[in-house]
Design a protein around this ligand. Structure first.
Ligand code: UDX
Length: 445
């Protein structure tokens, strides 16, 4: 009999995971406490912008013409508990207000809501990013609350998907890591992931703590790589060198690699910033804080990029923002996403506005979200409209459409042809040839 899978929490991680499980051929039930989200998903609509996800949902959500009908959604934890053989926990673990530590309340609640209804053997699989040690604690909680006791088992299976590539990363991840305590848990997960395993995706079995740490370590490494190149950008700026050429040259060394060596405004989003902070907090609790003090520096280098961008914009405005119009291209924390959590672009836009400039923001997908969070900024429907009358144009999220902008066309509507490229991806020569002053972080003026 094919396994039945429930997915608890249908945000971008859970919604994608649920659709992928249906694509692998399983019967899937997605559970969320938010009835609006469940209504949307049931209608085959995705509550966020994620390329390819709505197509995958429509292919499987029950009730849609031509769908496999393998995927349904509910708000009832009891229904999910009774339905599933394997239950994936995909709720978020945001940063706690005023602290570095992760807020585990959604994970705890997910277990508390599910466990009392587990009346037959079940495997609960955590995917959320959690402080190391959580799985051991949650396994006990699960067994204590479930009527089947220890036959309700826990495994930990961290998720490495990137927003914007969520579907492909879920169907064909780089690796599958499973923290499991029994042969049965491992076998069930081998069955769940039979499709990617058959395609050659490595399947690694570890203890709980190592599985939890793989995720924290991977995100810390990525954040460190970005902050490393951004630190080099600071030195390049002081020395009159060009960080983009430096990245290319470093990247040819296979031990270093060119990926994640793009210097610019730094990292944001719902994962890297909060995950490195939660990791530091957890290491502190474990008495290993010294091991991660470098992550503080990684965080500071990253935050300094935003202030440096504001400074550069002020310089371009002649030393002050009063009476100046600034066009901001990009609001999402990265391209191909409408996610604005800890978005470097919006942080810079808000700082500049606070200092007296009139700021107009354009983003291909994230304007609606940005407007809710930053209602006092002005928004435009196109890059051209945002640039009208601008004294400086700031390119802060590297959407492909910004690379296609015509410098002459944009030049015709601005007050002054001044461009700051916060992502180091526009062609400086082309913009300069069209009469623009092109400046970027970590490159000579
Ligand atoms: C990240 C991890 O990549 C993923 O494995 C994990 O599961 C969740 O966190 P995500 O937040 O979706 O994924 O975005 P990612 O593509 O990693 O980019 C993170 C941030 O780093 C973005 O703000 C991006 O603009 C920035 N970045 C990335 C750089 O500044 N330079 C780079 O070279 C790469």
């Amino acid at each position: 009999m094919t396994l039945r899978i429930s997915v608890i929490g249908t945000g971008y991680l859970g919604a994608t995971h649920a659709a992928a499980m249906a694509e692998f051929g399983f019967e899937v039930l997605g559970l969320d406490i938010d009835p609006d989200k469940i209504a949307m998903l049931t209608a085959g609509r995705v509550p966020m912008y994620e390329p390819g996800l709505s197509e995958l949902l429509l292919k499987h959500v029950a009730g849609h013409e031509g769908s496999t009908g393998r995927l349904r959604f509910t708000t009832s934890a009891k229904e999910a508990a009774e339905f599933g053989d394997v239950h994936f926990i995909c709720v978020n673990t945001p940063q706690r207000k005023g602290e570095f530590a992760a807020d585990m309340s959604y994970v705890d609640t997910a277990i508390d809501d599910l466990a009392p209804h587990l009346t037959r053997p079940a495997l609960v699989v955590g995917k959320s990013t959690v402080p190391v040690g959580s799985a051991a604690r949650l396994a006990e909680r699960l067994a204590a609350l479930a009527p089947v006791g220890e036959a309700a088992e826990l495994a930990w299976n961290p998720e490495f998907l990137r927003e914007g590539f969520a579907v492909q990363d879920t169907l064909r991840p780089d690796r599958i890591v499973v923290g499991a305590q029994s042969e049965r848990a491992e076998q069930l997960l081998r069955e769940v992931y039979a499709d990617p395993i058959a395609a050659g995706v490595p399947f690694l079995v570890t203890d709980y703590a190592t599985a939890e740490l793989v995720k924290a370590a991977a995100n810390s490494f990525l954040a460190t790589k970005i902050s490393f190149i951004n630190a080099m950008a600071e030195v390049c700026e002081a020395a009159g060198a060009d960080v983009t050429l430096l990245s290319t040259a470093l990247g040819h060394d296979e031990r270093i690699g060119r990926k994640f060596l793009n210097s610019g405004l730094g990292f944001g989003g719902g994962c890297l910033p909060k995950d490195i902070r939660a990791f530091m907090a957890r290491a502190g609790e474990l008495g290993a804080d010294q091991a991660l003090t470098f992550l503080r520096e990684v965080d500071s280098i990253n935050m300094r990029r935003r202030s440096r961008m504001v400074e550069l914009a002020r310089e371009q405005c002649g030393g002050g923002f009063l009476g100046r119009r600034i066009a901001v291209l990009g609001a999402a924390f990265k391209p191909n996403s409408d996610d604005i959590r800890d978005s470097p672009a919006l942080n810079v836009a808000a700082q500049i506005q606070l200092q007296g400039a009139q700021v107009t923001v354009y983003d291909p997908k994230a304007v609606d979200n940005a407007r809710k969070m930053f209602p006092s900024l002005a928004y435009a429907d196109s890059a051209l409209e945002a640039a009208e009358g601008a004294h400086v144009v700031l390119h802060l999220t590297e959407w492909a459409e910004f690379r296609e902008l015509d410098p002459a066309e944009l030049g015709a509507v601005v007050a002054e042809r001044r461009l700051l490229d916060g992502r180091n991806v526009l062609d400086a020569e082309v913009w300069r040839a069209a009469g623009w002053t092109y400046r970027a972080l970590g490159r000579p003026s």
